[in-house]
Design a binder for this molecule. Structure first.
Ligand SMILES: *[C@@H]1O[C@H](CO)[C@@H](O)[C@H](O)[C@H]1NC(C)=O
Ligand SMILES: *[C@@H]1O[C@H](CO)[C@@H](O)[C@H](O)[C@H]1NC(C)=O
Length: 119
């Protein structure tokens, strides 16, 4: 059994007066075998320390937030065994899961917001 994970779009929360900010998800279509470990990459471009999010959209459903990073411990635990690690030096917030299941097939979104917004 294979999973198809489609991190197609980064959501960009644009802010008035914010400088250029974006997220990059290099893996457009990723297929994993069941039980394999998963990493979905997300690099961001933002001057300073952003708030970072991973969202998931299961088929025929709305967006759900998996996890978020504001500050503190760079490793954030989320729903369903997902975690992500913030790295300021790498400008990255990669999503990981130890063992993927077919039910993880979904569209994954990495998102960024300016720290001051407090979403
Ligand atoms: C940062 O990048 C280095 C070099 O590519 C890598 O070894 C390290 O695991 C990365 N850290 C994170 C948190 O992604
Ligand atoms: C993302 O960051 C990694 C280091 O963590 C770097 O090796 C890679 O080239 C970056 N990819 C993009 C698309 O910026």
């Amino acid at each position: 059994m294979f999973l198809v994970l489609l991190p197609v779009l980064g959501i960009n929360f644009l802010l008035r007066d914010a400088q250029a900010q974006s997220v990059t998800q290099p893996d457009a279509h990723v297929i994993f075998s069941e039980e394999a470990s998963l990493q979905l990459r997300c690099n961001y471009s933002y001057p300073g320390t952003p708030s970072l999010f991973w969202f998931v959209q299961y088929p025929q459903q709305g967006l759900e937030m998996l996890l978020k990073y504001y500050s503190g411990d760079p490793v954030v635990q989320g729903m369903k065994g997902f975690e992500a690690e913030f790295s300021k030096s790498n400008s990255s917030f990669h999503l990981r899961k130890a063992s993927v299941h077919w039910s993880d097939s979904a569209v994954y979104f990495c998102a960024l917001s300016a720290q001051c917004l407090g979403l």
